[in-house]
Design a binder for this molecule. Structure first.
Ligand SMILES: [Zn+2]
Length: 232
């Protein structure tokens, strides 16, 4: 099989491949990926914080309820006249009153702590929102640069594709189909046998039986990297 034409095709295809590489390895693309993961993380954290805030607010409601309950008990006690009480009753009432005061004190502290927690959560939430917004704007700017880069390279790409379409007709059909399947995974697809035994792509030593078939078949497939190997 004549592989000269496939070699010519591959040389032209190399230019297209280089452009494709240039597009996919653009620093803007890398930056855009980083920014998109920052946006995702900020959004996840914000929704976690949302859940935390909800929990704290429920806690505060609970504390307030307990506080009001204790407060009304205290009001009840304070309204009772001591005139008709026995000494025993007065002592019990005093004990109860100081217990309620202590409860109210504890609940007030809890309320204060919860309020502080809510403030922390809110502050972090705002920080996340700002981070998300900044990253999103930067992402859009990157995206625009990527689009510009891609658009600028488009005419050259189209020209190469046209030339490749012409060259394609000179190559064996089956070989061309296989080549196209491989070219996005491994490039170059077609490599020369190196030092009589080794794949010119991955440098692995190829079996003698396979090498002996190169002459008759034109190319063999490297069992390691799946490239086409030819011999001059
Ligand atoms: Zn190989």
């Amino acid at each position: 099989m004549n592989i000269e034409n496939l070699l010519k095709y591959q040389e032209m295809d190399r230019k297209l491949h280089n452009i494709e590489q240039k597009i996919s390895s653009s620093p803007y693309r890398k930056k855009a990926n980083e920014l998109s993961s920052i946006v995702k993380k900020a959004q996840n954290r914000a929704s976690e914080l949302d859940g935390e805030a909800e929990k704290i607010i429920a806690e505060i409601d609970d504390i307030k309820e307990k506080y009001n309950l204790n407060k009304s008990k205290l009001d009840e006690l304070l309204a009772c006249g001591v005139e008709k009480m026995t000494m025993d009753d007065i002592e019990k009432t005093n004990n109860l009153r100081s217990k309620i005061y202590s409860n109210l004190n504890i609940l007030e502290k809890m309320l204060q702590k919860s309020a502080e927690n809510v403030n922390h959560v809110l502050a972090e939430f705002n920080k996340m929102r700002k981070l998300n917004e900044d990253a999103r704007n930067q992402y859009l700017a990157c995206k625009q640069k990527i689009d510009e880069e891609t658009k600028n390279l488009e005419p050259e790409k189209e020209n190469l594709k046209k030339e490749l379409a012409v060259l394609e007709k000179t190559v064996d059909n089956e070989l061309m189909t296989e080549y196209k399947k491989k070219r996005n995974e491994i490039f170059p697809v077609l490599v020369e046998l190196r030092g009589d035994h080794f794949c010119g792509g991955c440098s692995m030593e190829l079996p003698k039986v396979a090498i002996s078939r190169i002459k008759e078949k034109g190319v063999i497939t490297c069992e390691y990297c799946k490239r086409f190997v030819y011999k001059k």
